[in-house]
Design a protein. Structure first.
Lengths: 363, 363
């Protein structure tokens, strides 16, 4: 099989590596940066360098467009213009409706692998980058190009990915909800907390529980990437903000009415939804979220202390489902929150941590 | 000094232990549960058991009311009725304006230690529970009872805490913002994601980035505790929801207007606020958040793997500022996100993890 990869960074390079070694494909690559293209060749991510898009695409059966969001539509349209009638063109962009115009062409099927980061370079490319990863495909409604879809699906499976069809609108709303909206909320909540401490200098929060730290972790993510992401999915993100606002106003009404029953029912529903969406966590025993225990250990702030805890638990076969660290105000010590599945495992973890001389309590 | 502790669970018991051993105080305890009271005596958390509130309070110079939120006001009023004219009465509840009525009495000073959990029992009580913890105090505006405040402040310092005066309204808004609102948002966002996957069964999310997992971690927290917390601080929480909604609508406007400059400015502001509020993280070198690197390592899902990574980094003196785990869909492997401060430390961490044979990339 002949494939073309347009843009050979981390994702394009990993596609090339996996396609060559796992699918026996011959890969022709193009990148606007000749240095990047040469590195891709040196690293074995491509078989041949192409001088321009049309050159790369000529004779290909599958074309992957792995260009940055801002240049994506233009690159896809150029690829379609150069591609043969039996060639499938796909992309790896994180929002899909921006390519609606390309979608009018039955040879185009949008794609989005949930792996890697758009910024990292080809030197980080890996043959196994897509192992087990969901790879969304957004075929146009009513498309008759079944043979093209089937070819792309089979190729992605051989790269190690799990191809999953989804309509472009649902995809973009899902990404808005599970990625873009959490970033927006993180930005908003740090602004709100900062304004409450407006009269203080420095505005350092006391060592509150880990919930705020979790909520704020991604605040102020790299603007060079995130402004583009927000703008390219702005309408789905706006719809997500509107839905969130409506959901908040329902909670607000229950609070204003003093309706404890409604608040409890809403909270219990959220518990079930969380478990269904995220599963029981990184657990060995497959225990349910209902039996997950949160332990809090007070640790001195020095390298190695996390290792001591993790090692003691690992040696005893206790799996850590999740972990969050919070330093104390003076940065001399901190609290490590650990989530452990299963009553016995949690009790064992408590004992092991206490034996290290580290104060620990169940939260 | 004679002190009384009303309610001898984790917090009351820890106050008793610390007051006896560190402040040389004599502690009389009361608890509605005689079994708990007997355990507190056996564990050395109190010197004497009292039969009722008035008995415990008689002759005390400081009274700590550590009752559950629902019984707090009644217990405080009983304590004030029994206390002498030179006795200071305080509490440890997580919302403060509910005690406004008690605040009319100059002998009452509200308190809230940021340590421990209200549910855990006296068997988890520790003398060092409050070491380094902020302990908020909410003296009434214009109170003239300076000598009582000074006595309480000195006692809390000797327990290891950092007493910090704050007005009750700001305290409750701060708790709404840094604790209650993150819990509300977690509940709301899992509901929103679940509704997007309404047609799927099971509604399992693909392995998205850690931002959703962080945002959803506390969703559906224990209703037996959280319904009371939400209801007891409902007006500050409503105000928090309203402010958040207003802040979201500003972002919404920038998105709708396609104003990338405004989005970038807002995001950069959030970065600064996050760093100011939370500090540089659990770091050795005091590096700023701007130089924090996020690494992602793909690991098999088995006990001990976190330890291997943490140990390798700890041995080399690399401090892990933060860590989040995400299992893959099939639960066979997962991604560990690690935040490391400083360019050199991050590069060293990449190298050490790669040397373990674990694929790692910078996000």
């Amino acid at each position: 099989m002949r494939i073309a990869v347009l843009g050979v960074g981390l994702i394009g390079g990993s596609i090339g590596l996996a396609a060559r070694t796992r699918a026996g494909a011959s890969v022709r690559g193009y990148d606007p940066d000749p240095g990047v293209l040469a590195r891709a060749l040196a690293l074995g991510a491509i078989d041949e360098q192409a001088e321009h898009i049309a050159d790369a695409v000529a004779g290909a059966e599958v074309v992957f467009v792995a260009a940055p969001v801002g240049e994506l539509l233009s690159a896809v349209m150029q690829a379609l213009a150069a591609a043969g009638p039996d060639c499938v063109v796909t992309d790896v962009g994180s929002t899909k409706r921006v390519l609606a115009r390309a979608g009018a062409d039955e040879r185009f099927i949008g794609g989005h692998p949930l792996a890697g980061a758009e910024t990292a370079g080809v030197e980080h490319a890996r043959e196994d980058l897509f192992d087990g990863a969901t790879w969304y495909l957004t075929p146009a409604q009513g498309s008759t190009a079944g043979v093209l879809y089937e070819r792309l699906h089979r190729l992605l499976s051989s790269l190690g990915a799990q191809p999953t069809a989804i309509d472009a609108d649902t995809h973009d709303r899902l990404m808005a909800c599970v990625s873009h909206l959490p970033h927006v909320l993180a930005n908003v909540i740090v602004g709100q907390a900062a304004s409450l401490l407006a009269s203080e200098s420095p505005k350092r929060l006391p060592a509150v529980g880990p919930s705020f730290r979790d909520a704020a972790r991604v605040a102020g993510a790299n603007s060079a990437i995130w402004t583009d992401i927000y703008m390219s999915n702005s309408d789905a993100l706006i719809a997500g903000i509107d839905e969130l606002t409506a959901r908040l106003s329902v909670v607000r009404e229950s609070l204003a009415a003093g309706d404890a029953g409604a608040i409890t029912a809403w909270n219990e529903r959220a518990r079930g939804e969380r478990e269904e969406l995220l599963g029981p966590g990184l657990l060995g025993a497959g225990a349910g979220a209902a039996s997950i225990h949160e332990l809090r250990a007070s640790v001195p702030n020095r390298p190695g202390v996390i290792a001591e805890i993790a090692l003691a638990l690992g040696r005893a076969g206790v799996n850590i489902a999740d972990m969050a660290l919070s330093p104390s105000e003076d940065n001399r010590q901190g609290v490590v929150a650990l989530w452990i599945g299963g009553d016995e495992q949690a009790a064992l973890a408590m004992q092991l941590i206490a034996e290290l001389g580290i104060p620990v309590a169940q939260a």
